[in-house]
Every structure is written in structure tokens, then in C-alpha cells.
Design a protein around this ligand. Structure first.
Ligand code: PGA
Length: 252
């Protein structure tokens, strides 16, 4: 049975004390929850990973990073390597987020290198894909997502692919308050699962978690998550407040 996952992508938010407070609050709130086949992942900024992993070892959440550089070490000022993340017991890492693609010009080819690097160091990649509004309006959204997956992910061998989590995040839904409708999300998730089945096998496709991201909140999460191919969410804004985030977790 594939895992159901709610991951909080804090992006570039919170000072140290605020981060400490939020991690503690989420840990407390999770203590009383029964999380059957559900994984909660907190993805704070790099400087707060250690405080999160310190608490995570006794709490019911895992820790993820928001980015990684593909090399193990070297003269790459300001970057963080998969070796560093692995040595801090970071279990997940988001890659291919639309903000990285847009502001840092990360290409599908570069993301393929990041994916390989994470898998080499036993970190679960959360690979984001999704179209911008113009592409959806031009009915090119399936083509765009297929290209992103083909150029960044589908070179993996079967056993590597089995480790990957996919997040479908339509760019027009991120931080806008306009979420994809449950039907739009289901349609794309089923398409992605179909591509994986075609490239690998139906069995493998059925085992891969595909998360939805983009203005997911405590009000719309239950309907989005009730779709057969939506296995949870990658949550931005609503992961910054414990109540909102827990409301989403409780919707799963
Ligand atoms: P949002 O962001 O929930 O604030 O729309 C989601 C994301 O960017 O991962």
C-alpha cells in the first residue's frame, strides 16, 4: 500500500525562535494522533534542519530539506550537499519546485542530477512538476508535465523510481488561493500514474505516492485527498500555522 504524505514546505519563512515554536507545536499535536500509513514531513529552511531532526527522533514526523546541490562536496559557495543532509538524518528533499525553476533557472537536466544525488545518499526526493496558467489555458498541461518527468525522472531504474515521491503543483495554484479543483488534480495525478505504469509497471505506479500542492488548506484538503490518485499534499502557506497544518493532516 502506498504511503500517504503531508509535507509542509515552509519556504523562506520564520526566524529561529518561531521555527522552534512551530516544530514543538506540531510535535505536540501529532503525539495524540494515530497516523496509520501516513507520514508527516516538515521541510524548514536549512538553518533549522537540526532543530527539526533533534525533535523528530522522538516525534511522529520526518524532516525534509527544500533544496540540494548535486555534488557531494567542493567549491560551491552557499550550497548544501546530499552528504550533509544524509549526515543530519534528513529523510526527504524537495526538488524541482516551481520557485526554484523560475527564480534560480533550474532546468529539467539539472534536476535529474539532483535526483540522482539524493538517491545515492538514501534521501527520498519529492519531485515537483506542474504547468503555468498559459500552458493550462493552451491545453498543454499534460505535455508539460510529461516532459518534466521524462527529462528529469524517467532515466531512473525501477528500484530507484520506487523511492521517489511526486508532487503535482500547478504553478497557477501556488500561493494564489486558487487551488486546482479535485477533478483537475485527480485527472493529472491519474495521468502521471499512467505514465509511470507505461514506463515501468502498473505495480510500481500503484506504489508511488503522488501529492497535490497549490493553495491546499484545511477547508479544501479533504475533498482533494478523497480522490483515488491523490495521496496527500505538499503544503506551503498553510504549513506555517500549527492549526492549519494539523487541519490538513486530519483531512487525510
Ligand atoms: P501553497 O504552496 O500551499 O502556499 O500554495 C505550495 C508549495 O509551493 O509547495
Amino acid at each position: 500500500m502506498r504511503k500517504r504524505i503531508v509535507a509542509g514546505n515552509w519556504k523562506m519563512n520564520k526566524n529561529f525562535l518561531e521555527a522552534e515554536e512551530l516544530v514543538a507545536k506540531v510535535a505536540d499535536a501529532l503525539e495524540t494522533r494515530k497516523l496509520k500509513n501516513t507520514v508527516v514531513v516538515l521541510c524548514p529552511p536549512f538553518p533549522y534542519l537540526e532543530l527539526a531532526t533533534d525533535i523528530a527522533c522522538e516525534a511522529k514526523f520526518s524532516v525534509g530539506a527544500q533544496n540540494v546541490y548535486p555534488d557531494d562536496s567542493g567549491a560551491f559557495t552557499g550550497e548544501v550537499s546530499p552528504v550533509m543532509l544524509e549526515s543530519m538524518e534528513v529523510e526527504y528533499c524537495i526538488i524541482g519546485h516551481s520557485e526554484r525553476r523560475k527564480y534560480f533557472h533550474e532546468s529539467n537536466e539539472f534536476l535529474a542530477l539532483k535526483l540522482n544525488a539524493l538517491l545515492k545518499h538514501n534521501i527520498i526526493p519529492v519531485f515537483c512538476c506542474g504547468e503555468v496558467l498559459d500552458e493550462r489555458n493552451a491545453k498543454k498541461h499534460f505535455k508539460v508535465v510529461e516532459k518534466q518527468l521524462t527529462e528529469s525522472v524517467f532515466h531512473l531504474k525501477k528500484d530507484q523510481m520506487a523511492q521517489v515521491v511526486i508532487a503535482y503543483e500547478p504553478v497557477w495554484a501556488i500561493g494564489t488561493g486558487v487551488n486546482a479543483t479535485p477533478a483537475q488534480a485527480q485527472e493529472m495525478h491519474a495521468f502521471i500514474r499512467g505514465l509511470i505504469a507505461k514506463k515501468y509497471s502498473k505495480k510500481l505506479a500503484d506504489e508511488i505516492s503522488i501529492l497535490y500542492g497549490g493553495s491546499c488548506n484545511a477547508k479544501n484538503a479533504a475533498e482533494l485527498f478523497s480522490n483515488p490518485d491523490v495521496d496527500g499534499g505538499l503544503i506551503g502557506g498553510a504549513s506555517l500555522k500549527e492549526d492549519d497544518f494539523m487541519g490538513i493532516i486530519d483531512s487525510l
